[in-house]
Design a protein around this ligand. Structure first.
Ligand code: GDP
Ligand code: MG
Length: 602
């Protein structure tokens, strides 16, 4: 295919607006997969990936005839989730246009807006498409009006389709061919290839997804990576149709996969450029490494299962380099990991996969964020200039006497909601220390809010609360907005004046009392009574801000036995002895692991 007959595009949409269904239809009508019961081919591969056996299905090449000419269409898949903005942008970097898909019933949602801007900022041709027009409640005029108000789209540009029934789907392909420009690439120039994804395949090793910008890449070519200067031989190269089909050659403008005997995905940096050995070209601007924003501890419920958990985590992170992994150790929970994620959904997805890979249960602690603090007189600290440190583990927060400034991570969020719920949403936002930046109507009855939140405030239940306040009608998306000056305190907890260090937390000054009170109450509920009274205290700078007492109690597990059933009695006593083994001792107080789990778990 000459470059003029190639189109590289992507479908972007809010979750459930029909991206997978449309992708399936496109694959079917181009004969890439047989007609009929092909439900969600790209997603099926994704399930395989989740089990760690195959690949990320990021692209598929389709051939389509339009007005008597055959075109090569590369459909580049993007993850549709809130946390994966950076992944969406790197997929979009290999495209010249996007299909912006919107559900004709639900209308424009928060992720639609976020995705639109990612495409818009990269100067891509945007094809607006209304999906699900077969639905009885579809409101095409209203949604077109929203798109006009938000994206400056004209009515006659908008395609109206039903991906499910197949109507209008041909027009999507025609629009891609007619409206999306062909890639600006030259196959006569020296090779310049752009790596937009890489993953580890259990059988084949590292596989990269490449867009060939200039020149030709062939099997057997020796190529060099711009960032590392390392040279490899291409052992296999081809297109995704929709699975890997070797073609031995990729020309400028084409998108496909390649393998080159790499051992580690770290060698294939996303955003990197490669060229023929000794024929260096100007590399394309790369991508920033994704920085984790949300952190949580992960421990096996049973310490003997630590090795299995470790191997499951190692396996999962092979294909998800954006998870930051460090060993962690807690006297109560034993050996485990502290993991850093891009966001909440990323954390949940990882957690779910871990459960699939590893059936024993893991304890995940409540998530926290990374704070930055300015240290008086401190030298040689690397982050943020010499006098800033990053605090991840609350126990390692320095003495407040030497801290002169506290900074916390913020997010810019978009909320789209029916106007009826504005008051309750505003209340929720203020309650979470949100700062309302903007509020505008996107049609007669729906409003878009822009709210700046401290990331720590949306970590727990925010989305659930928003959904329940609005009967599920509001949508929410957010992105990183840097750091803001704030007031933080370290809250620690004591049982009979002994510090329980795994419960130490950092929170906003205004939240300290409420948080301390909640934790003390939970401890009171979960720490079993002992033969003496236990005082439970929450403290800030040695000052008690919350307290509870656990009354003394003479524990007699056999009291529950009716009469003299001796075997039952021995069994219970044995059970009690076993229980004791799992206790953490704070001074002379035995605390079952369960208590920690209940307090720490999100
Ligand atoms: P994705 O999350 O964007 O990939 O959305 P899916 O393709 O998984 O679709 C979400 C749901 O919408 C599924 O239950 C589909 O069957 C349904 N759906 C997709 N397109 C249409 C359509 O054109 N009409 C109707 N009625 N339902 C659709
Ligand atoms: Mg899908």
């Amino acid at each position: 295919f000459p470059v003029e007959l190639i189109r590289n595009f992507s479908i972007i949409a809010h979750v459930d607006h029909g991206k997978s269904t449309l992708a399936d239809r496109l694959l079917e009508i181009t004969g890439t997969i047989p007609m009929g019961d092909n439900k969600q081919v790209l997603d099926r591969l994704q399930v395989e990936r989740e089990r760690g056996i195959t690949v990320k299905a990021q692209t598929a090449s389709l051939v389509h005839e339009h007005k008597g000419t055959k075109y090569l269409l590369n459909l580049i898949d993007t993850p549709g989730h809130v946390d994966f903005h950076y992944e969406v942008s790197r997929s979009l970097a290999a495209c010249d246009g996007v299909v912006l898909l919107v559900d004709a019933n639900q209308g424009v949602q928060a992720q639609t807006v976020a995705n639109f801007y990612l495409a818009f900022e990269q100067n891509l041709k945007i094809i607006p498409v209304l999906n699900k027009i077969d639905l009885k409640n579809a409101q095409p005029e209203v949604v077109v009006e929203q798109m006009h108000n938000l994206f400056d789209v004209e009515e006659d540009e908008v395609l109206k389709i039903s991906a499910k029934q197949g109507s209008g789907v041909e027009d999507v392909l025609s629009a891609v061919i007619e409206r999306v420009p062909s890639p600006k690439h030259d196959r006569l120039q020296p090779l310049k290839a752009f790596v937009f994804d890489s993953w580890y395949d259990q059988f084949k090793g590292v596989v990269v997804h490449v867009a060939i910008c200039n020149g030709i890449a062939r099997k057997g070519d020796r190529i060099t990576y711009a960032s590392s200067g390392k040279t490899y031989e291409i052992t296999e190269i081809g297109i995704m149709h929709p699975t890997q089909v070797p073609s031995d050659v990729l020309y400028a403008g084409q998108v496909g996969y390649a393998m080159m005997n790499m051992r580690n995905t770290d060698e294939a940096k996303i955003g990197d450029t490669f060229f023929h050995e000794n024929k260096e070209v100007e590399p394309l601007p790369g991508f920033k490494d994704a920085t984790p924003m949300v952190f949580a501890g992960m421990f096996p419920t049973d310490q003997s299962e630590f090795p299995q958990m470790r191997s499951a985590i190692e396996k999962l992170t092979l294909n998800d380099r954006s998870v930051q992994v460090t060993l962690d150790n807690s006297p109560a929970l034993g050996q485990g990991y502290r993991l850093g994620f891009l966001g909440l959904l990323h954390m949940d997805v990882f957690n779910q996969r871990l459960e699939q890979e590893f059936d024993a249960s893991v304890i995940m602690t409540a998530p926290n964020v990374a704070y930055k603090m300015k240290i008086f007189g401190e030298k040689n600290v690397k982050h943020w200039g010499s006098d800033f440190i990053t605090v991840l583990n609350p126990c390692l927060m320095p003495d407040p006497a030497v801290i002169t400034e506290y900074h916390e991570p913020m997010v810019d969020s978009t909320i789209i909601t029916p106007a009826d719920y504005i008051d309750s949403i505003t209340g929720l936002c203020l309650n979470r220390r949100g700062q309302l930046k903007d509020q505008s109507y996107i049609d007669d009855s729906r409003v878009m809010l822009r709210v700046l939140f401290p990331l720590s405030e949306i970590l727990l239940d925010f989305f659930d609360e928003l959904k329940s306040l609005t009967s599920g009608y509001a949508s929410f998306d957010y992105e990183d907005a840097g750091y803001q000056l704030t007031e933080l305190v370290k809250v620690n907890f004591c049982l009979n004046d002994r510090d329980v260090e795994e419960l130490t937390m950092i929170c906003h000054l205004s939240r300290a009392r409420e948080t301390a009170r909640k934790v003390c109450l939970k401890l009171k509920e979960t720490v079993p009574r002992q033969q003496f009274m236990i005082s439970v205290q929450g403290k800030v700078n040695q000052k008690v801000i919350a307290r509870e007492n656990i009354k003394a109690y003479r524990k007699d597990v056999t009291a529950k036995c009716y009469g003299g059933d001796i075997s039952r009695k021995t069994k219970l006593l044995k059970k009690q002895a076993e229980g004791k083994k799992r206790m953490r001792k704070i001074g002379n107080i035995d605390i079952p692991k369960d208590a920690f789990i209940k307090v720490l778990r999100k």
